[in-house]
Design a protein around this ligand. Structure first.
Ligand SMILES: O=P(O)(O)OC[C@H]1O[C@H](O[C@H]2O[C@H](CO)[C@@H](O)[C@H](O)[C@H]2O)[C@H](O)[C@@H](O)[C@@H]1O
Length: 269
């Protein structure tokens, strides 16, 4: 059952903070940054930034990570996380970290067939977006996203149905996020991304993966792939309304900023 009791969450944060190593992994949009109409205007709340800045020097035994659907370069630019933060972008398809000279990415290439499929997907989504006021397309190295936050509800439903049909005609599985239909040409999962981070931190601290404790907070349906993956997350926190497999729920990005501040205090003592 998902708990909303502040005292229970406080106890879970204190338990987590008593352990080492700890991975503090966070979704970006709707979790660290409030949702806004223009995706390029998303920014982390100041309280969340302060908390991450306090935790960053505790690495490697306390490791920060952002695990997002965003293209990695956008994520790094918009979130501007502290030095040493590990990054997972495009729902798990991209990885990198914040190095002393900026973003360091693990390069990847799409297979020629996938690149061709991506071009067709983008063209199909752009054709749809052109027909609805308030719809637009965001492109990523592995995916296309049809945004409908500024469209009327009727138009959004119509555009979403058409986007699903385009994706399915290309043999792809559309994902439905908040006012978006997102489709990747490669298999992605935030759960797998988190498991890889757990293994990486275990290796860095010379312990077994089961000895790493992982906190993950997120607001969207795609975060459920992390919450529900067995062994991926130890302390799962859903942000906002909606069905969830997470063990805790908080109301908003501001509540996330507040809990991160309390976690930083628990971890620093
Ligand atoms: O995994 P996340 O970090 O939560 O990224 C998920 C998607 O976030 C962005 O879209 C969402 O936020 C936008 C800005 O607040 C909002 O306009 C949109 O309606 C939301 O769905 C981003 O644009 C997508 O690429 C991410 O996949």
């Amino acid at each position: 059952m998902t708990k909303t009791d502040p005292a229970a969450l406080e106890g879970a944060l204190a338990d987590l903070a008593a352990h080492r190593p700890v991975l503090v992994a966070l979704d970006f949009d709707g979790c660290l940054a409030p949702l806004v109409d223009d995706p390029s205007a998303s920014r982390m709340l100041p309280g969340a930034r302060d908390a991450l800045t306090r935790m960053a020097p505790l690495a490697p035994h306390v490791q920060l990570a952002l695990v997002s659907g965003r293209h990695l370069a956008d994520l790094a630019a918009l979130a501007d996380p502290p030095l040493g933060t590990w990054l997972v972008g495009s729902h798990g398809a991209e990885t990198g970290e914040v190095g002393p000279d900026g973003l360091v990415t693990v390069p990847f290439d799409l297979a020629p067939d996938d690149a061709e499929t991506r071009r067709s997907l983008i063209a199909g989504f752009e054709e749809i977006a052109a027909e609805y006021d308030g719809a637009h397309v965001e492109t990523k190295p592995t995916a296309a996203v049809l945004h409908t936050r500024r469209a009327t509800r009727g138009d959004a439903e119509d555009a979403d149905r058409r986007a699903d049909a385009v994706a399915e005609s290309l043999g792809l599985s559309p994902m439905h996020g908040k006012d978006v239909v997102e489709t990747s040409v490669v298999e992605t999962s935030k759960g797998e991304g988190l498991e890889a981070l757990r293994a990486r931190l275990a290796e860095a601290c010379d312990v077994g993966p089961a000895n790493v404790r992982v906190l993950y907070a997120g607001d969207d349906t795609t975060d459920e792939r992390a919450f529900s993956r067995p062994g991926a997350v130890d302390l799962a926190i859903k942000v906002g309304d909606g069905e969830t497999a997470a063990s805790f729920r908080v109301s908003s990005p501001q509540a996330v900023a507040d809990l991160l501040g309390r976690l930083a205090t628990h971890l620093s003592v």
